[in-house]
Design a binder for this molecule. Structure first.
Ligand code: ZN
Length: 289
C-alpha cells in the first residue's frame, strides 16, 4: 500500500477509515472532519445511566483504563415478565459520535415494550467517548475489529451478544453525510427499514439521499446491502481482517441496523432524537411481529 501521505485528500481519508484497523496509538481527536461537539461529559453520562439501576438490571460489562482513569462500559437491561424478543442497542462504538451515546438515557426513559428485552450498552468505547476520539486507548477503530478481536471493547460486545443471542441489534453512529440514514445488514428487510425511515421523518429527521461514500440512497435514509458492498466486505474481512459489528451479526443470522446521523448538524436535540426515535419505533415493530 502506498504511504497515506502521497494520496489525494479524499483517498487518504477513505484509507484512514477503511483500510486500517489501527490509525494511531492513542485516542486521537479528529480535527479535519468538522464534527460539531455536543458538550458530552463522561461523568454526568455515567451518573445518568446509573440512575436507571432500579428500573433496569444494571451491570458494568467491562472497564477500560487510560492513563490514571478507569471508564466503565455500562449495560442496562429491561426486565420483561415474558420475553418475546431481545433487542441489543449499542451507543458509542466510535467514541466521538456522541448523539448515539446521549440518546441512551432517553431511550431507557421512554421504552415501553413490556414483552421485549431491551439491552442497552454505552459507551462501547468509553475512553474514546471521554477523550472525544473515534478510537480506543490504543488507537484502534473498534468497529473494524470484529475479525481479530484485538480490542477489549469488541471482545466485550462479542461476549454480550453471545450471552444475549439477540433477535435484533442496533448500533448508533454518526457520520459526515448530510442527513440521517441506516446501513442494513442483509437480514433487515427493506419494508421494515422503510417503515423505520418513516418514523425518523415523522420525528423531524432529514433523511439522507446519499451515504458518505456518495451512493444515492433509494429510498432516502436506507442503505441496503448491495452485492457490490457484500463483495467489498468479504474482501475487507479476508485480506485486511477487518469487519464491522453489522457483518459479524450477519454471519450469525442476526439483523443489524447501523444508524448514522450527521455530525455536522448543529441542532443537538434533533441529532439525538433520530437515535431515540429509531429504537422506539423498532421496539414497536418487534412487539408487533
Ligand atoms: Zn461510527
Amino acid at each position: 500500500m502506498p504511504s497515506l501521505r502521497t494520496l489525494p485528500h479524499e483517498l487518504r481519508v477513505f484509507a484512514k477509515y477503511h483500510l486500517k484497523r489501527r490509525v494511531y496509538d492513542y485516542p486521537a481527536r479528529e480535527t479535519e472532519l468538522d464534527i460539531v461537539g455536543l458538550g458530552f461529559d463522561m461523568d454526568a453520562f455515567v451518573a445518568s445511566l446509573r440512575g436507571f439501576a432500579g428500573r433496569y438490571e444494571s451491570e458494568t460489562l467491562d472497564e477500560v483504563r487510560y492513563h490514571d482513569r478507569t471508564h466503565p462500559i455500562l449495560c442496562l437491561s429491561s426486565k420483561p415478565a415474558a420475553t418475546k424478543r431481545t433487542l441489543v442497542v449499542m451507543g458509542g462504538v466510535h467514541g466521538n459520535e456522541h448523539a448515539g451515546i446521549l440518546a441512551v438515557p432517553e431511550i431507557l426513559e421512554r421504552w415501553q415494550q413490556p414483552q421485549i428485552r431491551l439491552v442497552a450498552v454505552a459507551p462501547v468505547n468509553p475512553v474514546g467517548a471521554a477523550e472525544l476520539s473515534r478510537y480506543n486507548a490504543q488507537g484502534f477503530d473498534v468497529n473494524r475489529d470484529f475479525v481479530r478481536f484485538e480490542t477489549q471493547e469488541a471482545r466485550a460486545v462479542r461476549r454480550l451478544l453471545e450471552r444475549e443471542r439477540p433477535d435484533f441489534v442496533v448500533s448508533l453512529h454518526e457520520g459526515p453525510q448530510q442527513g440521517t440514514f441506516m446501513f442494513l445488514n442483509r437480514f433487515v428487510t427493506t419494508a421494515l427499514a422503510q417503515r423505520l425511515a418513516g418514523a425518523l421523518e415523522s420525528g423531524g429527521a432529514c433523511l439522507a439521499t446519499k451515504d458518505y461514500f456518495g451512493r444515492t440512497l433509494t429510498p432516502a435514509g436506507v442503505a441496503a446491502k448491495s452485492r457490490a458492498v457484500r463483495l467489498v466486505e468479504y474482501l475487507w474481512a479476508t485480506t485486511l481482517k477487518m469487519k464491522a459489528s453489522g457483518a459479524w451479526c450477519e454471519d450469525r443470522g442476526i439483523p443489524e441496523i447501523t444508524l448514522e446521523s450527521s455530525w455536522h448538524a448543529t441542532d443537538r436535540e434533533a441529532r439525538i432524537r433520530a437515535h431515540v426515535d429509531l429504537v422506539l419505533a423498532l421496539g414497536v415493530e418487534l412487539a408487533r411481529s
